[in-house]
Design a protein around this ligand. Sequence first.
Ligand code: AMP
Ligand code: MG
Length: 307
Amino acid sequence: MSDGRAAKRVAKFIKPLRVEPGSTVDLTEDFDPRYRAGVKKREGVELLRTGVSLLADHQARLAAQDTYGVLLCLQAIDAGGKDGTIRHVMSGVNPQGVRVSGFKVPSAEELDHDYLWRYAQRLPSRGEIGIFNRSHYEEVLVVRVHPENLDRQKLPEEAKGPDVWQRRYREINDWERYLTDNGIKVVKVFLNLSKEEQRLRFLKRIDRPEKNWKFSAADVRERERWDDYQEAFSEMLSATSTPWAPWYVVPADRKWFARICAAAVLAHTLIGIDPQYPSLDGQARKELLAARRGLEAEAPGAKHRTD
Ligand code: AMP
Ligand code: MG
C-alpha cells in the first residue's frame, strides 16, 4: 500500500473514535465499548501488523529528524488494558526511542510541587515517543472522585474553590497547547471499558495466580464508584478535547481491537508530522565522500560486506 493510501485509511479508521472539540460527551450514550468497525479478529492481526511496522518506520525518522517529540497519554478505568496496549503497540519500535512512564499515588516530594510538575519531568524529548501510563488527567479523575487527594496537594485556599476542575481543564489545555506549539505533539487515548467486561477481567485476575499481582481489594472499592468515574470521564472528554490535542475514545472490551485503534491513533499523529531523515548539505556531503575514499584506500580492491 502506498504511503498516501495508508494515511487515508488510518484517518478514516480513527474518525469515529475522535471527540470533536467543543462537543459534549456522555460516555455511556455516545461510545460503545464493543464497537469494532466491522473488523473480524482474523483481519485484526494483519491490521495491527501493518500499523506496528508503520510506527517503526516513522519512529526511526522521528528520532533522526530530532525536531518533534510525541506524547501518548493513555487513560482508562482499572483493567482497561493500558499495559497490554503499550506492549503490543510498541512491539516493533526501537526501545531507545521510547520512554514509558507510569503514574501512581504522588510521593511527598511530588505533593510539594504544583500538580503538573511530575508530568513535566517525564515529557519526551525531541525525537522521542513518550508514553504516559495514566497521566496528568488523573488530576481531574481520581483526584475529583476522591477529593481527599486534593486536600493532600497542599494547595493554598484560593486554589481549592468550586471552580477547581474547570480551572484544571483550562490549565491542562493551555499546557498541551504550549507543548504542541513547541514541537511536542500530544496524543490522547481513552480506553473505554464496559462494567461487565471489567467484572470478567477482575475475576480472571483473582482466579489466575499469574494475574493476582494485578488485583487489589481497592480495585473493587473503586468499582463501586463506577458512575462517578463515568461522569468524570465524560466531563474530561468534553472539556479537554481540543483542536491541538483531541481525545480518541477507543472501544476496549475486545483487547485486540483496542490495540489496533491505539496503534492507528499514534500512527495518524506520526503521519501528520511526516518526519524526514536529515539530508546533507553540499559541504557535509563532500566530507562524507572524502571519508569514504579514505576508508576504501585502507584496503584497495576489498569487497564490501553488508552484514
Ligand atoms: P496502577 O495503575 O494499578 O498501578 O495504580 C495506580 C494508582 O495510583 C491508581 O489507583 C490511581 O488512581 C492512583 N493515582 C494515579 N495518579 C494519582 C494522583 N494524581 N492522585 C492520586 N492517586 C493517583
Ligand atoms: Mg491497578
